[in-house]
Design a protein around this ligand. Sequence first.
Ligand SMILES: O=C[C@H](O)[C@@H](O)CC(=O)C(=O)O
Ligand SMILES: [Zn+2]
Length: 278
Amino acid sequence: MEFRQAIHSEHAKQLDTQGLRDQFLIEKIFKNNELNITYSHLDRLIVGGALPIDKPVPITTSMCQHTGTDYFLERRELGTINIGGPGSITVDGTRYEVATHEGLYIGKESRDIQFESSDSADPAAFYICCTPAHQKYPTRKVTLSEASPQTLGSASNSNERTIYKYFVPDVLPTCQLLMGMTRLEEGSLWNTMPCHTHERRMEAYFYFDMADDSVVFHMMGEPQETRHLVVRNRQVALSPSWSIHSGVGTGRYTFIWAMAGENQTFSDMDHIPMEELR
Ligand SMILES: O=C[C@H](O)[C@@H](O)CC(=O)C(=O)O
Ligand SMILES: [Zn+2]
């Protein structure tokens, strides 16, 4: 497991390219037949991936050296969205078929968890976000159509996109995890511009569905002190509450956003007027 400390905006603005990448970019999310995770001290969000190719990938108690609990979800909840081929997740003996772009919320106190692919030639790829939790809520699958799709943006601003909100209070109860997926239309390149911060939550952006030679310039930093990360397919940008988080791609892409923190009001954002950006 990799670790990322929380970082102060005054420190961040002094970093060079590699320094920013070391703190805010996670370059490798998926490893074959492994559960690969990174522990961020931003609201203690754990992000990672399970990529079962030809054998099941379990969550083992080896994860607990980092949580100090007897089992991984003893005091945590987990959300996952499958961005690969069809697969399944077994939670304490109940098997959930999780097709491409379906999500599974796994409640606190779930013990035996195992990720599987239906076909090793087209493996499932489960992107995972996991946050501390204080209450047990039911494990539940969420399909793409249940994820209350909302279209935003316009072709003239190169930001036509659909936001699917998988794990939000309107769909199901969670302790603090909010998670969804935003798909850009062909020809659209920008997400969330005009941009925002949200002082009361952190956020992580997982970019995927990108051509190998395509990149996203992920905008970050305080609104008056902006920086960027060059992000490639299947990589994550971590966003502290003081940072804007917006991206422009050299081609279309999809991303999964996840938030944790003070509240679960999706619209609780601090919108940055365009004239204030520097
Ligand atoms: O706090 C909300 C998140 O930044 C995303 O939901 C924004 C997003 O998907 C978009 O507008 O493109
Ligand atoms: Zn946001």
